[in-house]
Design a protein around this ligand. Structure first.
Ligand code: ATP
Ligand code: MG
Length: 727
């Protein structure tokens, strides 16, 4: 048996980890040291050298993208189809288990997944039904209460109110929420994990089966597992005596880096690394110290930054690679200038033969992507947003998905409410109230309540009853027609049959057109969709995909395009060229997190993750003024910039000027700016005195100018409010 393809591409330390005797293994190592490579090769090793069955492998990755890459790699190493292995995210794997064992898990067969936005909407509904004030019971906070308890494995009945009325109410809301979810046959993300855990915990026969089957459980990015994920893994891999019989449990192989733990806010516990060593005292610990990803300069800069954190497990990282370029730092006037600069650099690189897909734009907050998107669109730079733009979260897509979900599960109340009167079919708010009251009174879903109401009595007006009848008939018809055709044809039928396409076509604005395009795109998405596991009906698999992977499969993956994503999404990935943008106090570190030390350290780890994505070139940018969510702020450069050894940084000068009045929107011609306010004009301001206009941006009410004042320095002002007098 030739093991060289598995072992040759590894250094000594990596090879030792890959070939470690069966038993618990922890690989603790810094960024870019080959942890993911080791985990992948370990899979190939146990199959090839230990004779493990591909069906006996359960590998957990952090994103679906990473799962796909791992599957492809194993395929290449072993020449077996990657689909034979269970490789996926915790959520994806939990979902798959629950689909197969819905009955034992206490779910309905066609259960649907609630994404975070659906979940919030449902919570709002519950608050309304309980007549609670949303300003006192903020839906987002209620959601956090529910999810964080689920992440810790706690159901409402486990919670004590400690005589605190607020807590008592929250627990009541959690219970009401659970009841509604059960009735509607929906589960949220946290529920997937908790349910999958309870499924095994409460069904010993099933657990025994899976312990027998999955002899190897491998977890990447272990530092970001939360309590329930860890507990779930522990069920599968109980601590074994050295002479335990085969089938008594599986061998855990986990890899992680405490410096890259960035999901504390979602309940991740970096302490799971230490817990692992306590729970598996016989665990073999491996450290990898050579970084293969980045230049010496990038690595040194990242190490310098993370050195400001306390309480690290501590690791050495070195590279044989070249010193490489310095870290480039650019100070922009504002967010547009920042985007222009990045665009400019990208074009330069592409002109020199560089590939766009080698370039990543990383940012702290999703909303930052929009300005880059605008700049890229007008400069015709193809780009792709990962995770952020969320194709599947756009309103029109959610409308279409609601139809599909209702077809898959009539009791899905959230979907029912979303589309029962979309397009308008004459069901007013009053009729809906009657429906809700009927459903609540009888403890049924809205669909069943509708069936009762149109079946007799005159609680609904004649017109509403007819409309409702029509709607139910439509859903049944679409379900029947769709049962015999391919998935994408079914989606197409639903779009047309539901009247959604017509509905959006009537919307003459540009938005309507874009929405129709998006709906068309949904048909393409369905056509290109291949279910990960064949044990699901295509529609169910597609809906799960839409909920689980929003954003990940959105655009032309094959096209050479710039990669845009949040720093969180970038974990585990690498790119030759990285732009980290918006390095300003308040934005990064984020205002919310910088108040307490733990929060600040987590932000710093996030910055470390971002920097260590870069292979050859790393650009850091920040803006003196930024408009985000419609609010202007004047941020100082992030402290993280100062924490990097300054000799590694080279400031980019001169600044690229925003020389033209930027156009708001893609195709709209620029309107003339306010009279007298033009580049180079001298103006007087009531407070700041006299100055010269350096820059003009935006139009009409949005117009802004940058003025260099003689005594007060340079400022950006809204023309509308600044009351500038031409001199
Ligand atoms: P992260 O902490 O960011 O997830 P990681 O520790 O998982 O990083 P990998 O992604 O596995 O690191 O590896 C980083 C890069 O180094 C990859 O491009 C990988 O192919 C390469 N690499 C890893 N080990 C070796 C090796 N022994 N020889 C050559 N290249 C290697
Ligand atoms: Mg990795």
């Amino acid at each position: 048996m030739d093991l060289s393809p598995i072992l040759n591409p590894l250094n000594d330390a990596q090879r030792e980890a890959v070939t470690a005797p069966l038993g618990p293994v922890l690989v603790l190592a810094g960024a870019g040291s080959g942890k993911t490579r080791v985990l992948t090769h370990r899979i190939a090793w146990v199959i090839q050298a230990e004779g493990a069955s591909p069906h006996g492998i359960l590998a957990v990755t952090f994103t679906n993208k990473a799962a796909g890459e791992m599957r492809a790699r194993v395929e290449q190493l072993l020449g077996i189809p990657g689909s034979a292995l269970w490789i996926g995210t915790f959520h994806g794997i939990a979902h798959r288990l629950l689909r197969m064992h819905w009955r034992e898990a206490g779910l309905v067969q066609g259960f649907q997944i609630l994404d975070s936005e659906d979940q919030q909407r449902l919570i709002k509904k519950i608050l309304r039904a309980a007549e609670l004030d949303e300003t006192r019971w903020v839906p987002r906070d209620v959601k956090w209460f529910i999810n964080s308890n689920k992440d810790e494995g706690r159901r409402p009945q486990h919670l004590k109110d400690g005589n605190d009325p607020t807590r008592r109410q929250l627990i009541r809301l959690y219970a009401a929420y659970e009841e509604t979810c059960a009735r509607s046959g929906v589960v949220d993300f946290a529920e997937l994990l908790l349910r999958a855990f309870e499924l095994w915990r409460d069904n010993p026969g099933l657990l025994a089966h899976y312990r027998q089957r999955f002899r190897h459980v491998l977890v990447d990015e272990f530092q970001d597992t939360n309590a329930i994920q860890y507990a779930w893994m522990r069920l599968l891999a109980p601590t074994l005596a050295a002479d335990a019989a085969p089938g008594a449990g599986s061998h855990p192989f986990v890899v992680g880096d405490d410096d890259q733990s960035i999901y504390r806010f979602r309940g991740a516990r970096v302490a799971n690394l230490q817990q692992f060593v306590r729970d598996y005292p016989q665990a073999k610990l491996f450290r990898l110290e050579q970084n293969y990803r980045s230049t010496g300069t990038i690595l040194e800069a990242a190490n310098g930054l993370i050195g400001h954190n306390a309480g690290r497990l501590g690791k050495k990282l070195w590279t044989q690679g070249a010193r490489g370029e310095p870290i480039h730092l650019y100070t922009a006037f504002n967010e547009r200038d920042e985007a222009e600069f990045v665009t400019h650099r990208i074009r330069e690189r592409v002109a020199q033969g560089g590939l766009r897909r080698e370039i990543a734009i990383l940012y702290r907050s999703n909303a930052q992507s929009r300005v880059f998107e605008e700049a890229f669109l007008s400069a015709r730079v193809p780009y792709r947003v990962y995770g952020g733009l969320r194709f599947f979260e756009r309103a029109e897509i959610k409308d279409a998905l609601a139809y599909l979900r209702l077809i898959a599960n009539r009791n899905d109340d959230a979907s029912f409410e979303r589309v029962v009167n979309l397009p308008t079919r004459g069901l007013g708010a009053k009729s809906l109230d009657v429906l809700r009251a009927q459903a609540k009174g009888a403890g049924t879903s809205l669909w069943d309540a509708a069936g009762v109401l149109i079946g007799g009595g005159d609680a609904l007006g004649g017109r509403a009853a007819t409309a409702l009848h029509g709607f139910m008939g439509l859903i049944e018809r679409l379900a029947g027609d769709g049962a015999t055709v391919a998935l994408h044809e079914q989606v197409d039928q639903v779009l047309k049959g539901s009247g959604l396409i017509e509905h959006y076509k009537r919307d003459k604005a540009e938005r309507g057109e874009a929405r129709v395009e998006n709906l068309d795109e949904l048909v393409s998405a369905a056509r290109g969709f291949t279910p990960e596991a064949s044990d699901l009906a295509p529609l169910a698999a597609f809906l799960a995909h839409a909920a689980l992977e929003s954003g990940e499969g959105q655009a032309d993956e094959w096209e050479d395009c710039v990669q845009m994503m949040t720093l969180h999404t970038a974990k585990g990935l690498e790119f030759p060229v990285v732009f980290m943008c918006g390095l300003e106090e308040g934005l990064f570190p984020h205002q919310r997190s910088s108040a307490d030390l733990d929060g600040l350290e987590e932000e710093r780890r996030l910055c470390y993750v971002g920097m260590t994505r870069a292979m050859r070139s790393l650009y850091l940018t920040h803006a003196e003024q930024r408009r985000l969510h419609g609010v202007d702020s004047y941020g100082q450069a992030s402290r993280f910039v100062r924490e990097i050894p300054q000799e590694l940084i080279e400031e980019v000068r001169p600044r690229v000027q925003v020389s033209r009045p930027a156009v708001v929107g893609r195709f709209r011609p620029a309107e003339p700016a306010v009279a007298g306010v033009r580049l180079g004009a001298r103006v007087r301001h009531g407070k700041f005195g006299d100055g010269v206009i350096l820059n003009v941006e935006g139009n009409g009410a949005q117009a802004r100018v940058q003025v260099s004042f003689e005594r007060q320095g340079t400022k950006w002002l809204m023309v509308q409010y600044a009351n500038l007098k031409p001199l």
